[in-house]
Design a protein around this ligand. Structure first.
Ligand code: PLP
Length: 392
């Protein structure tokens, strides 16, 4: 057996270094990175501000533990709460842990407000919330649950875009609803415009908590700092990770003061969560993403990319079918097999990522410019032509 536990089917391809939107193999082959490590390298590779933040912190202090004050953590929490609906933040090392903290926060709220029997969360089909035992139960996908014993109790799954189904799933044991504002792994699936607002109202009317999983949609990916800003409503609890560390492993669970009232000293913890290295990088990422004009530029780039994508998709109807998503969280619906499209793009030296519903995801660094957009479009065009000639 391979020394690396073979839980991934990997491409036979390794990278040695990165620069901006490009990664390079040891042989010097250059690839345009339109996957960004699955929406992680939000500022591309080797961003000077991130490199120097990490180097500077590495020379000072790596880790002390949450037994002590961590100034970088205080700073990042103050900034995130000022920028969002939230009043308080718990830092984690990953998206699954951020979701896990969100789930625990919701359950603890109910227990702290005298309703300990309310511990169940409603989730939707096609969801992805991570790979821990609780988050695979939340995601409810058989392919992730199979063989791992009894599913963690406390999650009820309903079809997407169906408020009536949510309403019918609410019982005396329901604590809240957990949902991605746009499903990522599920295939860049946005919801009907009124669905999330309807969810907010349902939660309010029934004393339930609304949890948004913005692990993939967050930190500028959809053109606003967080996707919920475009919905006209806000959640009570939000999980964030991926882009927030720009490639350094970190995540966060944000909540309102009310929703977090059960999370008192000793209720939750993490050895590494919020350590000085992660916080130095997290603060540097936020500096860039919140700088004047940055998100406007993301929206503009997204508009240009989408326009040109529309034309490529139309001219290859046997390979591409349609376009979904928001900002630089882009899903190309495929007529061909999405894995074949990803492989054909790889031959054109462009990295893209598959997703559910036969979609190919483009999640480029938020910093890409016109040159990279044109290069991606040309590669999509050539990849389609190759696939067309193969199927003739
Ligand atoms: C990636 C992802 C997760 C899990 O994050 P990990 O860092 O892999 O644990 C959870 N939710 C969503 C929406 C994601 O895209």
């Amino acid at each position: 057996m391979d020394a690396i536990m073979p839980t991934y089917g990997r491409y036979d391809l390794a990278f040695e270094r990165g620069e901006g939107a490009y990664v390079f193999t040891a042989d010097g082959d250059r690839y345009l990175d339109c996957g960004a490590g699955i929406a992680v390298n939000a500022l591309g590779h080797g961003h000077p501000a991130l490199v120097s933040a990490l180097q500077e912190q590495a020379g000072k202090l790596w880790h002390t533990s949450n037994l002590y004050q961590v100034p970088g953590q205080q700073k990042l929490a103050d900034r995130l709460t000022a920028l969002t609906f939230a009043d308080t933040v718990f830092f984690t090392n990953s998206g699954a842990e951020a979701c896990e903290c969100a789930i625990k926060t919701a359950r603890k709220y109910m227990s702290a407000t005298g309703q300990p029997e309310r511990y169940r969360l409603i989730t939707v089909e096609g969801a992805f919330h991570g790979r821990t035992l609780a988050t695979i139960a939340a995601g409810g996908q058989e392919k992730h649950l199979a063989g791992f014993g009894p599913k963690v109790d406390g999650f009820d799954q309903v079809p997407v875009d169906d408020l009536e189904a949510i309403k019918n799933a609410i019982t005396d044991e329901t604590a809240g609803v957990m949902i991605e504002p746009i499903q990522g792994e599920g295939g860049i699936r946005p919801f009907k415009p009124d669905y999330l607002r309807g969810l907010r109202k349902l939660c309010d009317d029934n004393g339930l908590l609304l949890i948004f999983d913005e692990v993939q949609t967050g930190v500028g990916r959809t053109g606003t700092l967080f996707a919920y800003e475009q919905t006209g409503i806000a959640p009570d609890i939000m999980a964030v990770a991926k882009g927030i560390g720009g490639g350094f492993p970190m995540g966060a669970c944000l909540a309102t003061q009310d929703a977090a009232q059960g999370m008192t000293a000793g209720s939750h913890g993490s050895t590494f969560g919020g350590n000085p290295l992660a916080m130095a990088v997290g603060n540097a990422v936020l500096d860039v993403v919140t700088a004047p004009g940055f998100l406007t530029q993301v929206k503009e780039t997204a508009r240009t990319l989408r326009q040109q994508l529309g034309a490529v998709i139309d001219s290859h109807p046997t390979v591409y079918k349609g376009l979904r998503g928001e900002g630089l969280m882009i899903g190309i619906e495929c007529a061909a097999l999405n894995a074949d499209v990803v492989a054909a793009l790889l031959d054109e030296k462009v990295l893209a990522v598959g997703a559910g519903e036969n979609v190919v995801r483009l999640l480029p660094p938020l910093t890409i410019g016109e040159a990279e957009v044109s290069e991606a479009i040309a590669a999509l065009d050539r990849a389609a032509t190759t696939l067309e000639s193969k199927s003739e």
